[in-house]
Design a protein around this ligand. Sequence first.
Ligand SMILES: *Cc1c(COP(=O)(O)O)cnc(C)c1O
Length: 456
Amino acid sequence: MSAPSSDDQPMFTRPGEATLTSRHVIPATESLPDTAKQIVEDETILDGNARLNLATFVSTWMDDDAKQVYAASFDKNMIDKDEYPQTAAIEDNCWHMLANLWNAPDADKSIGTSTIGSSEACMLGGLAFKRRWQQARRAAGKDASSPNLVMSSAVQVCWEKFCNYFDVEPRYVPISAEHKTLDGHDLAKYVDENTIGVVAIMGVTYTGMYEPVAEIAAALDEIHKSTGLDIPIHVDGASGAMIAPFLQPDLVWDFRLDRVHSISTSGHKYGLVYPGLGWVVWRDAQWLPEDLVFKVSYLGGEMPTFALNFSRPGAQVVLQYYLFLRLGFEGYRAVQQASQDVAKFLSAGIAKLDAFELWNDGSDIPVFAWRLKDGHTKNWTLYHLQDRLRMKGWLIPAYPMPADLEQITVQRIVVRNGLSMDLAAELLQAIETEVAYLDALESPMPTEKPQSAFHH
Ligand SMILES: *Cc1c(COP(=O)(O)O)cnc(C)c1O
């Protein structure tokens, strides 16, 4: 008898499928491609269905043409500007399109880059602030050893990382029931001569609410007048920078405000591309200190790059370009509007349930959160509802709000392209059913220790 390695052997009876092996040691020998593929597919089934993951902001659906574009470009390395000059040119086109979308006064004077996501884009924005501040301090013969960055206590974890990794003191302005976002109040208490910049978030991760960038800028204008401190803003528009231009064109949050030096976004959130892609654009190249920029060879000459990574996929950049061309402004508007319609449908349905009170309704980005009404029940919490919905495949996280409001638990839905009205109606039905089940309990559900902080 020959060794059991032939293709004829039935699936699931072959070595590797019908045997238990360590997953922490590379197997000693090869296996059939089908076998390896089957094992990978089987193990990842347990991840659940990405389309029903309403916890994430990141794209889980692209059309079939996009898949072909993707397949044709997944071998491109973004850093190989010389070898793939057209991919480099496409990257350049994309951030110019964004500079224009965000109302840069002269996009030819702007500078930008793709990144692996908003986290890297935010770090680059923060680094530009820090270096510019250090240079100004040193030029004035002043101490440049203790920079700080001012932001809301509800910032995304990437800003905590930035401060930690690059030795900047984070100064958090706490959010509260009256000030649900950073809105410029009391800002003078937080900034001083060591403040390298202020972060404004378009689409706070916890709730989806916009921070009023124009009010923050106005507060900084006042501070400038009274103290001489001229403090710039970076807009973390991870989600909102790809929503506001289409759904709230009159909202002034972008390069129309002089104080906004840089804006970042996640191409893989409402930019509608698969992960991982981010963008950062400076309104004017003067705000990106030259000594942060490295040169790589490009067509016999040199091309500037500013990034934390060296090699990274070029395919996502190509996909972004495909989508800009495929959808155009009007197509993006239609897609984002459809998501917002679904978000408002769901938030209205949830608001109707006795158990809940909305935190917001999804009219900024198509994201909203709600809490249990005070005194509604002693028998269950939003964590129990989260678990009940998970049994039906829906991933809808409950989590505590950030510092100072951490006693408040909210539950949040992120509506993305691909959550159809039809699926949303199914979801609302599931929420109603599970709330009715929980409300009918005669005694309290068991509870675990408080959950760890939410860091999406
Ligand atoms: C998602 C998010 C980030 C991080 O973005 P990634 O693209 O996941 O790295 C930063 N800031 C905000 C406001 C976000 O929503």
